[in-house]
Design a binder for this molecule. Structure first.
Ligand code: DUC
Ligand code: ZN
Ligand code: ZN
Length: 476
């Protein structure tokens, strides 16, 4: 009997910390050895290829109920296949509590939606829309013990938003219990007021979506989120940060020693408000919140990635078909921007876009690419070192990249169930050619090689980065 089930030979192996030429021995789904020369079992020659830890997409939405007549195009089957073909091996979508609903019931419903479908491993974040004493006092502590150790809260959207007092209650809980709080930071009243004004003036085309949520709306809420977190002395992660103004607030807070983590997404590097102004209703394809900003804003997002303001690069995949009555056309083929489902697809393009325009273009080194897309989200959400690195004992979630492959992105290449990609026609260099999950080949050259349903639910530990600055004692 050989020592390994599989050996990946001759690759250039990169983690967030190191790059080395070595072989990887895999046994029972885990990395069992890293050495100059290994033999045994099945062998794959990775000569000329990079071997990276599989991506961890810490922010994506699959089969999440929307409540407005629209429907997410991807469930756990198509969403996870799409993720895997794009080099991601762990996805963390959201079990969302409707107001008045038990959080446990929301989690159970979401497990039912995932059951038997995923081709890669998955964890859940929670969305807390109703932080009642029952939820904070009983349901959440039990859920934390069961492996749900991160949650998102919203400062906007009528059916989800919390007021400042509720946010304080939730952050106080996160501090006490060691959970990671994620915050959607946009000022709800400003958006509602601007939207009314725009509608009264007949400005309802998709491009006015950006006008209704300008950068100050994000800046103010980001500052407020930082202030509330500082009051409680609890780390928080600001999700999908889009604008120079919000980045400045975060950099300022981090400079003062506050544990403020931040995430950005491909749409803020590669789309702009010009894309919301595509002819006809096409701009609806790029409606997401916060919206893409002016083209000149993109360089500030890059600076945030290269300079360390951002720890996490996620897709915020929120998939709606364009030409569909339950997608972007849910409220009609010429709907006012307020009624266009929010979100764009990107779970499969997240890594190739950042690899090409970050690593190959010379903006990011390989270590930072791996950190942003895999290691940091694994740490921040309590999955490290099982996920997010290549080390003895870690799950053998590995992606072989051809760093020279030239690819023109087209929707036909992708595996999601969406009828468009916002990045159609972009020319990229570098592509994931083989994806392994726990040592099993999941896809090769865009062809699925494993059975949906093999993906496992991952209970998350309490994340170490969620520890408060001042220790667990009282903060007031
Ligand atoms: N927030 C998200 O996190 N995703 C999609 C839309 C939104 O507003
Ligand atoms: Zn959000
Ligand atoms: Zn999202």
């Amino acid at each position: 009997m050989s020592d390994f089930d599989l050996v990946i030979r001759n690759g250039t192996v990169a983690t967030a910390a190191d790059v080395s030429r070595c072989d990887i021995g895999i046994r029972d789904g885990k990395v069992a050895a890293l050495a100059e020369r290994l033999t045994g079992g099945r062998e794959i020659d990775a000569g000329g290829l990079l071997v990276l830890p599989g991506g961890v997409d810490g922010h994506c939405h699959f089969d999440q109920p929307t409540g407005d007549g629209s429907r997410m195009a991807d469930d756990f089957r198509s969403g996870s296949i799409s993720a895997a073909c794009g080099g991601t091996t762990t996805i963390i979508p959201f079990a969302a509590q409707a107001k008045g609903q038990s959080l446990r019931a929301a989690v159970e419903d979401y497990h039912a939606r995932a059951a038997g479908k995923a081709v890669i491993d998955y964890a859940f974040h929670l969305i807390i829309s109703d932080p009642s004493p029952q939820v904070l006092g009983q349901e959440l502590p039990a859920l934390l013990r069961d492996g749900y150790s991160s949650f998102k809260i919203y400062m906007t959207y009528d059916d989800l938003k919390l007021d400042d007092r509720q946010i304080l209650e939730v952050l106080d809980f996160a501090r006490r219990e060691g959970a990671m709080a994620m915050i959607h930071a946009e000022n709800s009243d400003c958006i509602a007021w601007l939207t009314e004004k725009l509608e009264a003036a007949g400005r309802t085309a998709p491009r006015y979506h950006a006008t209704s949520r300008p950068a100050p709306v994000e800046r103010e809420a980001t500052h407020r989120a930082i202030t509330l977190a500082e009051l409680i002395d609890v780390p928080v992660l600001i999700v999908h940060v889009s604008s120079r103004e919000a980045i400045e607030q975060i950099r300022w807070a981090q400079g003062r020693g506050l544990k403020i983590y931040a995430e950005t997404c491909p749409q803020y590097l590669f789309l702009s408000e010009e894309d919301l102004d595509r002819p006809g209703f096409e701009g609806a394809k790029c409606v997401c919140s916060p919206p893409p900003r002016g083209k000149d804003n993109q360089k500030y997002v890059w600076e945030g990635l290269t300079g360390g303001v951002f720890q996490v690069f996620s897709s915020d995949h929120a998939p709606f078909r364009f030409d569909s009555a339950d997608g972007k056309h849910a409220a009609g083929t010429d709907a006012p921007f307020r009624k266009v489902p929010n979100g764009i697809p990107g779970v499969e393009t997240r890594l190739p876009l950042l690899f090409s325009e970050g690593v190959i273009a010379g903006r990011l080194d390989l270590g930072r690419f791996v950190a942003l897309t895999s290691t940091n989200p694994a740490k921040i959400y309590g999955l490290y070192p099982r996920k997010g690195t290549i080390a003895v004992g870690a799950d053998a979630d590995l992606v072989l990249w051809d760093p020279e492959r030239r690819v023109t992105l087209t929707n036909a290449l992708l595996h999601h169930n969406v009828d468009y990609t916002p990045y159609e026609g972009m020319r990229l260099t570098g592509w994931p050619v083989m994806t392994f999950s726990r040592g099993e080949l999941v896809c090769r050259e865009g062809v699925l090689e494993a059975a949906p349903g093999r993906g496992r639910f991952l209970p998350c530990d309490l994340p170490k980065p969620a520890a408060p600055r001042l220790g667990r004692g009282a903060y007031y």
